[in-house]
Ligand binder design. Structure first.
Ligand SMILES: Cc1cc2nc3c(=O)[nH]c(=O)nc-3n(C[C@H](O)[C@H](O)[C@H](O)COP(=O)(O)OP(=O)(O)OC[C@H]3O[C@@H](n4cnc5c(N)ncnc54)[C@H](O)[C@@H]3O)c2cc1C
Length: 485
């Protein structure tokens, strides 16, 4: 099968009813048209349609190595630096479509599965079947153009203990038993963004596991369809309040719901298992397969799109009320420009210094990407702060559509005008800034950017522990010793 259209994506969702709890309702079907998901589903459908636009076809697709049909470039297993650049061009098209507000476009996890399939021999070292399974799974999602979510984190009950130390041993999802067909999973995982509308869910390790017998049941990696019997999603409140694009320009389009994932004795067939047991391998899965590098490559391109959007927004806002000539305002705009240029530099260096990994998959250089993924959680909240500091009370002077186009229209045009914009246009712009910096949608974005790739505190620890600082320590030591100075 070739790349899907938006209509095919929606049709798939309709024919694969899943168990979703939202706003007091337990849905088994009708997800695609439910108010909590309808707009997001349409936004995702548009991404699939982009793959069919004649002007974009060469950027978005390549011929499948098995069928020859056009498949998505996010599945392309890069052999050359040009392949990597091709991947980032495709990622940018999708990211630009939502200004980077959609964090879970299919390319994010396609990158992970592509890298894992490239490293199939690593899985095979644990069990020959696991290598074969990940290879076949990659082909399956590529040929069917599927949308994946993932869930990694155990429920946040007692973080001073691992999954086996919780008061309830079935709180964190674990293997209950093995059958002749597969493993049976019971318990919960903390979150799966997009879970209710994805085709498939990857249930992979993330939290560091200890190699003790009691931790073995929590040690696994598998992927199953979101309509698998016994799998349930409990959603947070939707931030698409159904009030349309004028009032909630971003929330009404791009709210990716986050859901708790519950496994009521879910049977996972062996052919969908990529690891069972082997906690030490589970802990190293993302780094050893270089999945983390390819995922970060996608994230950095997405964050470039997001930062370009923030720069455009801040520039329009400061121009509208003519504050751009004040020095502290320029300093703040400069912060966004500098962030954008550093992200672009990190991406460029990662692609130019790319090298084949040990399985021959061309892999971006990790240090610049690692630096960028450690930095963005700090810089995105700063963008939000800048918008608040520059927008000031203008971020509250934003009546709703009903008033702007109703009785208050004349007042809006007269009293809410900006130096360069009429009243209605100004309200529209400032509502957009509000949806980035103030609304529930905007706050969720800031929390997402801070945490989605893991706890920044522990990511910083991993960076420090893995970064080779010895040459610099040696240089300072030499200086202190006074040799040759
Ligand atoms: C909007 C959003 C979407 C997300 N989407 C997904 C998703 O789709 N799939 C998925 O799997 N995950 C998802 N996540 C989860 C994300 O991976 C986690 O938020 C992140 O790994 C941090 O874990 P936690 O939230 O459990 O925080 P916790 O681990 O509970 O941390 C809470 C606080 O305690 C501190 N702390 C806890 N333990 C330690 C420790 N050992 N050492 C130092 N400090 C510690 C942390 O620094 C933090 O300040 C999402 C998160 C957000 C916010």
């Amino acid at each position: 099968m070739a790349v899907r259209t938006g209509a095919e994506f929606i049709e798939n969702l309709r024919t694969a009813p899943r168990d979703v709890q939202v706003h007091g309702e337990r849905l088994r079907s009708g997800i695609a048209d439910h108010p909590a998901f309808r707009s997001l589903v349409r936004s995702y459908a548009r991404l699939y349609d982009l793959q069919h636009e004649p002007a974009l076809r060469d950027i978005m697709t390549y011929p499948s190595p098995t069928s020859g049909e056009p498949v998505g470039v996010s599945f392309l297993m890069p052999q050359t630096r040009e392949d990597l650049e091709k991947r980032s061009r495709m990622i940018k098209v999708w990211a630009d479509h939502s200004f980077g507000m959609l964090g879970r476009t299919a390319d994010y996890l396609n990158a992970a599965v592509m890298a894992m399939a490239g490293a199939a021999d690593w899985f095979a070292a644990a069990d020959r079947r696991f290598g074969e399974n990940i290879r076949k799974y990659y082909e399956y999602i590529r040929e069917n153009d599927l949308l994946l979510t993932h869930t990694l984190i155990n429920p946040q009950a007692n973080r001073s203990q691992g999954p086996s130390g919780q008061a309830d041993p079935y709180l964190a999802a674990r293997i209950v038993r093995e059958t002749d067909r597969g493993i049976v999973i019971r318990g919960a995982r903390m979150l799966a963004t997009l879970g209710p509308i994805a085709d498939e869910i990857m249930v992979f390790p993330s939290t560091l596991l200890k190699a003790r017998p009691e931790d073995a049941p929590y040690s696994y990696a598998f992927a199953i369809p979101c309509d698998t019997p016994g799998l349930r999603f409990i959603c947070r409140e939707s931030f698409d309040y159904g009030r349309g694009t004028f009032d909630h320009p971003l929330g009404s389009r791009f709210d990716e719901n986050d859901a708790v994932v519950i496994f009521d004795d879910v049977e996972v067939p062996y052919e969908r298992c990529f690891m069972i047991g082997h906690p030490e391998l589970c802990n190293a899965l993302y780094s050893e397969t270089t999945a983390v590098v390819h995922m970060t490559h996608q994230v950095v391109v997405k964050n470039i799109a997001k930062t370009e959007f923030i720069l455009g927004l801040v520039s329009l806002l400061t121009d509208a009320i003519q504050i751009e000539r004040f020095q502290h305002v320029q300093e703040k705009i400069a912060e966004v420009i500098i962030a954008l240029e550093f992200l672009r530099s990190a991406l460029r260096r990662a692609e130019v210094d790319a090298a084949p990994n040990r399985w021959g998959v061309m892999t971006p250089a990790w240090p610049p990407l690692n630096a960028a993924r450690n930095w963005y959680p700090k810089i995105y909240p700063r963008f939000v702060e800048i918008i608040k500091q520059l927008g000031a009370s203008g971020l509250m002077q934003i009546p709703t559509e009903a008033d702007v186009f109703g009785d208050a229209r004349d007042d809006v045009e007269r009293y809410m005008q900006a130096a360069t914009l009429g009243g209605v246009e100004r309200v529209k712009l400032f509502r957009l800034a509000w949806d980035v910096a103030i609304s529930a949608f905007g706050n969720r974005q800031a929390l997402y950017e801070y945490f989605f790739f893991g706890d920044p505190v522990r990511m910083a620890g991993a960076l420090v522990n893995s970064y080779d600082r010895k040459p610099y320590m040696e240089r300072v030591r030499e200086f202190l010793a006074g040799d040759g100075w």
